[in-house]
Design a binder for this molecule. Structure first.
Ligand code: NAD
Length: 257
């Protein structure tokens, strides 16, 4: 049987890179994507290590035409996109009165509109095959709010809304759509927030974690990226065919409070 193809946006860093490793180990061919300069090298290394086919795109998710081209190129290089993981995301933290409009627009574009564009671009072929999986990496912030994160929280709540609509429209065609909602995971995105908080509050990293960040988690630890990847791999399986439209927290109990 031909190996399935997974396209993971933002897979040259952080959670996306872990997702790519998990799908590669399971025998998927992987479309890598992201802005990191070593993206093409990462894709080549995975192809050699896991004996799979890979393709790399550096499409800028702020530009819809680049997204369409990425999906078209991925399909012509690897045959199809069977599993789409909308993982790329950006963050900016500021009180609402100072929040720059351009940051708001960029966050909505990368975290939400890009997921609409990728989903739209793979939809017809998933429908024709009567099989497809869309997995959106939302956030605990798709279900709860924190102050100073207006654009991020709005984008992730929106992504959960989009997930539900895709689930309803995909139901009769064997397409499922689900959102994974992680708590804090130590990746470059969060390391930048830690550094900013250390500076703005003039406190140590330990204090940032204890007093601000992990204070949200009932379990006072970071979520490990492989827990998110294992759940995504399950959602991509045939056994998960009845899970759709769900928002699944992996958040150390944050949402239980
Ligand atoms: P990261 O910064 O390590 O990776 C983000 C990826 O997105 C990178 O590959 C980057 O190149 C890509 N990207 C960003 N802007 C882009 C653009 N304009 N065009 C193309 N690619 C772009 O971040 P991460 O922590 O691994 O986050 C991955 C996802 O998980 C994000 O959607 C994030 O919101 C979500 N998330 C992260 C955490 C966390 O604590 N790290 C928690 C909950 C949800």
């Amino acid at each position: 049987m031909k190996a399935k193809v997974v396209l993971i946006t933002g897979s040259t860093s952080g959670i996306g890179l872990e997702l790519a490793g998990t799908f590669a180990r399971a025998g998927f061919n992987v479309v890598f994507h992201g802005l990191e300069p070593d993206g093409a090298k990462i894709a080549r290394q995975f192809a050699e290590e896991f004996h799979i086919q890979t393709f790399y795109s550096s499409a800028n998710l702020l530009v819809p035409s680049e997204i369409e081209l990425m999906i078209a190129d991925a399909c012509s290089e690897l045959g199809s996109v069977d599993v789409l993981v909308n993982n790329a995301g950006i963050q900016f933290v500021s009180p609402v009165e100072d929040f720059p409009l351009d940051k708001w627009n960029d966050i909505l574009s990368v975290n939400l509109s890009a997921a609409f564009c990728t989903s739209k671009a793979v939809w017809t072929s998933m429908k024709d095959k009567k099989w497809g999986r869309i997995i959106n990496i939302a956030s605990a912030h798709g279900l709860q709010a924190s102050e100073f994160k207006s654009a991020y929280v709005a984008s992730k709540h929106g992504l959960i809304g989009l997930t539900k609509v895709l689930a309803l429209e995909g139901a009769e065609f064997g397409i499922t759509a689900n959102a994974i909602c992680p708590g804090y995971v130590k990746t470059p995105l969060v390391e930048k927030q830690i550094a900013d908080l250390m500076q703005s509050h003039n406190i140590s990293e330990q204090e940032v974690l204890q007093k601000i960040m992990l204070q949200k988690h009932a379990i006072k630890e970071f979520v490990s990226p492989d827990a998110i990847a294992a759940l995504a791999l399950f959602l991509a399986s045939d056994q998960a065919s009845m899970i759709t439209g769900a928002s699944l927290p992996v958040d150390g109990g944050w949402g239980a409070q």
